[in-house]
Design a protein around this ligand. Structure first.
Ligand code: HMG
Ligand code: MG
Length: 312
């Protein structure tokens, strides 16, 4: 290292991160051409690559998101690796019942920090959604299942415009008080940049410990890795990612996929942050599902790996 760069100039980063792989859910909830078999193969490849938390499906209304209607079949078909958490979305009691019957290890409810997205995504106001989640959390807990809470539109909403940090912090805290063990802060349309993201995180951190926060960055404007690095600097060490950068939300027009798992694994491992994930196996899993979808992975790290392999 250059002598001019004293050790005190280097930022402090977490020693390890927990990656929440959302590809089989967030990544595929917009895709209608994927079979149950493809989904099962993907989940199995992800666990073989070392992912410890895989959001495997969504027990939402098939009327609204038909692409997730086969979640029971996916849960029944996967090979369960010991220690891996196979989770699912459960927006209401009906969803929770289905998740429990399918053997989900954990469920996630999902709220919005903005009214517009709440109405479009789950057809109720923020307050109504919080009331709806109360019995879901109580029932999940009495069944021995932990509940994760997503909060969408934490900096920007496709319908209402910018969301204030105070508004996001208020609803994040409400979800935390309802009993969610972790709040995943979603930049649903990927518009945030690091300073605005930091202001939002600061507001949330005043009421919720860093250990109970996760970040969920869609990469529509190419800012996800920058926002994730900012989150790591602020002590947040749970990161939602999607293999090959798959995905988007059916109710966030134009939103592209989550940050690619491969890119986050590369960033972390090269920065001395342990992920426990085998990048090569992960890139192969992403390549396989992308071949099935007829497109290239949206991951620079995966594309660099694939290019390197074909050169040798
Ligand atoms: P609702 O729209 O208010 O209507 O549901 P409902 O309660 O009257 O139900 C409509 C129909 O769906 C009824 O059937 C229900 O029985 C049925 P019908 O009487 O018409 O035959 N139904 C269900 N069926 C199976 N499982 C269920 C279920 N619930 C109702 N669980 C609800 C409200 C929230 C359920 C609905 O609007 C819904 O499922 N929306 C889906 C929203 C969704 O999945 N969005 C994408 C995921 S969120 C996301 O991507 C953001 C995130 O990634 C974070 C980020 O990026 O910001 C998490
Ligand atoms: Mg999402």
């Amino acid at each position: 290292m250059n002598d001019c760069l004293a050790a005190r100039d280097l930022p402090t980063l977490p020693a390890s991160v927990r990656i929440v792989e959302v590809g089989p859910r967030d990544g595929l909830q917009n895709e209608s051409s994927v079979t149950v078999g493809d989904k099962i193969t993907l989940v199995n490849q992800l666990s073989a690559a070392g992912l410890q938390y895989i959001e495997t499906g969504a027990f939402v209304s098939p009327k609204w998101v038909p692409q997730m209607a086969d979640s029971e079949d996916v849960f029944h078909g996967i090979h369960r690796t010991s220690g891996v958490i196979y989770a699912a979305l459960a927006p209401n009691l009906k969803g929770l019942e289905r998740a429990l019957a399918a053997g989900a290890d954990e469920v996630a409810i999902f709220a919005s920090a903005s009214e517009g997205f709440s109405q479009h995504n789950i057809h109720c106001s923020i307050q109504e959604s919080l009331a709806r989640f109360k019995p879901v959390i109580a029932q999940a807990k009495s069944s021995g299942i932990r509940v994760r809470g997503y909060l969408s539109c934490v900096t920007d909403c496709p319908y209402d415009g910018p969301t204030s940090p105070q508004q996001t912090a208020r609803i994040a805290h409400a979800l935390y008080q309802l009993g969610c063990y972790e709040i995943s802060l979603g930049d649903t349309i990927g518009r945030a940049t690091p300073l605005r993201f930091a202001a939002m995180l600061n507001a949330c951190l005043s009421d919720i410990p860093a250990e109970a926060l996760a970040v969920h960055c869609h990469n529509t404007w190419g800012q996800a890795l920058a926002n994730i690095y900012q989150s790591l600097l602020m002590g947040i060490s749970t990161i939602d990612t999607s293999v090959a950068g798959l995905g988007g939300c059916p109710y966030a027009p134009g939103a592209s996929g989550n940050v690619a798992t491969e890119d986050v694994v590369y960033l972390c491992e090269q920065s001395g942050i342990h992920t426990g994930i085998d990048l090569q196996k992960l890139a192969l899993a992403g390549e396989a599902i992308c071949q099935r979808l007829g497109r290239r992975p949206s991951s620079n790290a995966a594309l660099a790996y694939i290019a390197g392999r074909t050169q040798t």
